[in-house]
Design a protein around this ligand. Sequence first.
Ligand code: GLC
Length: 456
Amino acid sequence: MKKGTKLPKKITYSSYLLSLIKSFDVSADDIERFRENFHNEMKLGLCDRPSSLKMLPAFIDRPTGREKGRYSALDLGGTNFRIIQVRLDGCGGAREEHVGRFVIPSVVRHGTGKQMFNFIAMSVLKFANSHNIKFTDGKKLGFTFSFPMKQTSIVSGILVNWTKDFSASGVVNKDVVALLADSFKRCGMKELKVAAIANDTVGTYAAGALKDRNCDVGIIFGTGTNACYREKIANIKKLRGHNKNAHMIINIEWGNFDKFPANNYDARLDKETNNPGKQKLEKIVSGLYLGEITRLVLTDLIKHRFMFSGGKARFPKGSFTTRHMSLIESDHTRDLIKIKAYLEEQGIMNTNIAERNLLREISTMVSTRAARISAAAISSVVTWMDHELKFHHSIAIDGSLYERHPGFGKTITRVLKDLHGSKSSKITLKRSKDGSGMGVAIIAAVASDAAGTRGA
Ligand code: GLC
C-alpha cells in the first residue's frame, strides 16, 4: 500500500510541501482501517495462522503484588546491556538497588552468538564483583530478552528472528536461555540459572501491574516498539493444555504489523535496513528509524533547492538521529536559536528563520505520524480486549521515545480522545521508568514463588 507518493509534474515549493504533508498524514479513516486490520491480524496470530502479528504467549499472568525479596534482571535489547538488582517489599513496592550498564559494541551485536553471550556473562561477572553480589541461588535471576521469541515455558525462549540493530549469528531458532547458560559455564559461573525469561513489554507490564490491578497492557516506545496485553486463555486458540478460564500475557510483536499505508520514504528506509520487508510499523514509529526518515525528507528538500540554498548542506547517513529531532522540536525560542546552533555545528551557516522553521515542521510531521500510528495501535489493543470501553485500562509505557520526545505522549492522548470521546478517560497511559528490567525481576519472583523458592 502506498500513500500520496505521486509528485506533481512541475515541482513548486508549495506543491511539493502539500504532497509531502499528504504522504505523512494519518486520517481518521486510516485509523479506522488500521484498527480493523489489526484486529484481524491479532485473530489470525492467536490461531497460529499466517499474520504479521506473531501473538506470542509469554507463559505468565499478572503478579500478585505480594512478591518479596531481592531479584536481578539481565536486560538485552538495545545498545546497552543492563543488569538491575531489585528489592521487592511484598506490598507492591519495588526499588532498584543497583544498576549496571555495558555498551554492546556493534561488532558484538553483529558478530557470533557465542561472542554476544560471552559478552553478557563477562558483564555479569564484572557487575557481581563490583557490587559484591553472589548469584548463588539460580531462582533469583530474570532475563529480559527484547526480541520475538517462541516460549514453551517461562524458562525457555527460542529466537524467531532478530530485530532492531542485532544480527548475531547462530542464535535464530535456538533457546537463548540455554545459550546464556553455556556462556555462564564457560565463564566459571555454572551456578547461575535463569528463573524466567520475558520480553521487555512483558516486563513493563509486570512492573505496572504490581501496583495497579487495572494494568493490562505494557508498551515500549524506544529504539524499537512493541506491546503485550492480558488475554483470556480461551482466546489463545494455538495454546493447548492450559486452564481456559485463566489469563496469559501475549507479546504481540506489533512492530511487525504491516497492514497500513506507507510512503516512498518508508520504502527507501526499509531497503537500507538489515531486515527489509520486516518490522514495518517499527520503522515508522520507533527511535531507531525516525531520525533517518526525517533525514531522507531533508535530503530531498535540499536536492530540490527548497532549503539551505540547495546543494551546499549535507546530512550524511547516520548523522541525523531521533535525539536531534527531540532537540529541534523542543526549540520554542522566537528565533529558533537552538536549531540555529545545531545547524551551525553541522557547518550549515547563515540559515534564515523560514528554513529553521521548515526543519522543525518536517521533524514534527514525522514524529506526529509516529504518535498517531501509536495511538491507533493502542486503541486497537484496548478495543480488542474491551470493545465498548466498559472497563478501566492502565497502560504501562517504557522507552526513550516516550520519555524524551517532546509532545509524543500528548499527541497519543489527544488522538485517543478524538477516537473515543469521553470514553478515552478509561484509558490511562502511565510512564513505567525502567519497567522492562524491573518487571522481569518481578516475573523471576513470580516464577520462583511458583517453584516454591523465594528471594533472599
Ligand atoms: C522490537 C522487538 C520486540 C521488542 C521491541 C522493543 O520490536 O522485536 O521484541 O519488544 O523491539 O524493544
